[in-house]
Design a protein around this ligand. Structure first.
Ligand code: E4P
Length: 217
């Protein structure tokens, strides 16, 4: 399973990259706003800065919601850097835009997916990635992992090339459950990735080994 980091924070992206386990980055307009990145020029520069830190795919989201607008914006985003993946919302014109970019060989990430039917449409349209938001489903009392399992099952049935990018991850347990479910990618906040490190028996075991190495009791 690939690990993407879900942030527009350059320091956090660098930290995950330095850990040596990072395969890419996802962003969205809310994550950009959280870092105070506003205005088209600044946003575009920020995408390039992110691409210069990591080696993998970097999702950049369109703001337009009509086909023509998404195509224009997506082509401009894709021309910024070869690592850019155009992030398109799961709406009717979005499906058309996914097909358009797929035919042109431009990578896409279909975002705001909350059902298996939506994921099926994204795959039919040739999306590179589909992003089911599992945390937001959990928030409304639906099991987000069930959706990941359902999409993985459907895609395997028909050998779709679209990769399941589990999004809206909130915890290390979400990451492990996504790996069990067979997600191709998990996009996570830095703290969820770092929390995978933690186990009290690792801490106490290491403390004992270090004490024994020094000959202390
Ligand atoms: C995915 O690409 C989104 O940026 C993200 O995972 C949404 O997560 P949230 O529900 O924590 O906002």
């Amino acid at each position: 399973m690939k690990f993407f980091i879900d942030t527009a924070n350059l320091e956090q992206i660098k930290e995950a990259q330095d850990l040596g386990v990072l395969d890419g980055v996802t962003t969205n307009p809310s994550l950009m706003a959280k870092e105070g990145i506003t205005g088209t020029d600044n946003i575009l520069k920020h995408y390039v800065n992110i691409c210069n830190i990591v080696t993998g795919d970097v999702s950049a989201e369109v703001i337009a919601t009509d086909f023509k607008g998404m195509v224009n914006e997506g082509e401009m985003l894709a021309s910024l850097h070869p690592q850019i993946v155009v992030k398109i919302p799961m709406i009717k014109d979005g499906v058309k835009a996914l097909k358009y970019f797929s035919d042109k060989g431009i990578k896409t990430n279909c975002t705001l997916v909350f059902s298996a039917g939506q994921a099926l449409l994204a795959a039919k349209a040739g999306a590179t990635y589909v992003s089911p938001f599992l945390g937001r489903l959990d928030d409304i009392n639906q099991d987000g992992i069930d959706l990941i399992e359902q999409i993985v099952y459907i895609y395997q049935n028909y050998d779709f090339g679209t990769q399941v990018l589990a999004a809206s991850i909130r915890s290390p347990l979400h990451i492990v459950r996504c790996a069990e479910a067979g997600a191709d990618v998990a996009t996570c906040p830095l703290n969820a990735i770092l929390d995978l490190l933690k186990h009290p028996l690792t801490d106490s075991g290491l403390a004992k080994f270090l004490a024994d190495a020094k000959g202390t009791k």
